[in-house]
Design a protein around this ligand. Structure first.
Ligand SMILES: [Zn+2]
Length: 190
């Protein structure tokens, strides 16, 4: 028996579809890359704070369709089903379906237009455990080892997206910077 979209699904997701900020939950290949990169950074004296690693696929699913339906970007009947998530997007009434979806968008704290104009992704590298969000702080110039053992001198920049020297160090370990998303590194830069 499916449950209609609405507030219920926010508490459901907070129990049954949680995100992780643990490196242990990453896909093993990328986990090794991220661990080695972070180890080099901390050994050099940087402070690394991991904010997000693996995103739960079911949570991403709820984010995606609630956002689209609430913004009238698709009909409630167009939402695809997902195994293990017994949600009814289509209440049989467009206004009620949109209201149920909007309750979820608000409950999840998702950014809406004009602050954010893209629907939350169903295909993020976080979902497969191949991306990590982290902040990296240090003062002055960091002398950090690249994977082949060379020492790189990386000055601190306020905008990490501009710090190409840091990106190069990450890349040597297989952690590629996405330059439009400050905390985001992944296996392929997306
Ligand atoms: Zn990210």
């Amino acid at each position: 028996m499916a449950t209609k979209s609405g507030r219920y699904w926010v508490s459901w997701a907070n129990t049954n579809a949680k995100n992780s900020n643990s490196i242990e939950d990453l896909e093993p290949g990328f986990r090794a890359c991220a661990q080695a990169f972070i180890q080099a950074l901390t050994e050099a004296g940087a402070e690394v704070t991991v904010c997000a690693t693996r995103r739960c696929g079911k949570r991403a699913y709820l984010f995606h369709w609630s956002w689209k339906i609430s913004q009238d970007l698709c009909a409630p009947s167009e939402a695809e089903p997902m195994e293990g998530v017994s949600i009814r997007w289509d209440h049989g009434d467009l206004a009620q379906s949109a209201a149920g979806a909007l309750e979820m968008v608000r409950g999840f704290g998702l950014a809406m237009p004009p602050r954010c104009v893209n629907s939350p992704s169903l295909t993020s590298n976080h979902i497969t455990g191949q991306a990590i969000d982290m902040t990296i702080n240090w003062q002055g110039t960091l002398k950090v080892r690249t994977k082949n053992g060379d020492e790189a001198a990386v000055p601190y920049l306020e905008d990490v997206n501009q710090n190409t020297l840091l990106h190069a160090v990450g890349e040597s370990y297989g952690a590629i910077k996405l330059v439009t998303d400050a905390p985001h590194w992944s296996y392929n830069g997306r």
